[in-house]
Design a protein around this ligand. Sequence first.
Ligand code: NAP
Length: 288
Amino acid sequence: MNVNGFTRTCGLIGNPVEHTLSPVIHNTLAQKLGVNLTYVPFHVETGKLSHAVSGADALNLLGVNVTVPYKSDVIPFLADIDPLAKQIGAVNTLVRCESGFKGYNTDMPGLYRAMRADGVIIEGENVVILGAGGVARAVAMLLTEKKAAGIWLMNRTKEKAEKIAAEVNAYAGKEIARGIALDAFAELPDGKLLAIQATNVGMYPNNGDVLIEDNEFYKKIHTGYDLIFNPADTVFMQKARENGARAYNGLKMLLYQGIIAFELWTAQTVTDELAEEIYRMMECTINE
Ligand code: NAP
């Protein structure tokens, strides 16, 4: 990388940011596409988010990613917000606009592009989401946008699943979502479902954990899509496969949310071949 007076800077703000894979994505894209850009993580302490956003503006940063715990907290500091990000209530990408930064959510378009790359279809499907946190809510909105037939949110705290289901139904203008308890398999519809695992159960270093142990659940799904990417093969994915389902992890979602952010910042288009090359680099980085 040849940093000079014309080099533009992008970065990630969050806490912690030390284990992020985003620099691999963006610095490789910049290098491969010949864009004079560098990407660095910025650890932002609690209480300093507004300073971080105005500092990024003052320093003329080209773009910023936002990660945990600031994806919702950053919204009041934006000059503008994309309608999808507003609906989801979370922003992970800031793009320069005339009076500051406009916020986007590339996590959900990223998940959609990842699923398409993996040959997983949403349209017309019955889908069960495991979890009712921020990501599960965003996934439910994506499924609604992409015309899933029905959505079942299963969560340890059933009330949170019911609350999201009510919000989704209000957004859809019809009853397509329901919140149910973790053991309420009988309330799932007949036929095989697409299952999206959106909790942090089973994430490194708790690799041996799984949200649902019972094989009866896994017999009801044709695909298990885990949003966790470390470990690469979660117990959820193993149990899905053991019961005849296909299984995928969340690394492609991470890749595509980054690619979409890069495309927003630079107006470049990333080919499937380049995406594949970066995906392999990310796999190697995780395994190091
Ligand atoms: P969150 O808001 O903290 O929600 C966590 C969810 O996990 C809640 O539904 C919670 O249930 C459930 N949960 C946590 N510990 C549990 C336990 N021991 N037993 C049962 N349920 C438990 O988290 P989030 O922001 O939605 O993120 C969820 C996951 O998405 C992350 O961990 C990450 O793996 C994944 N993710 C992936 C990507 C990607 O690019 N691939 C991007 C973002 C996030 P309760 O409601 O009952 O507490």
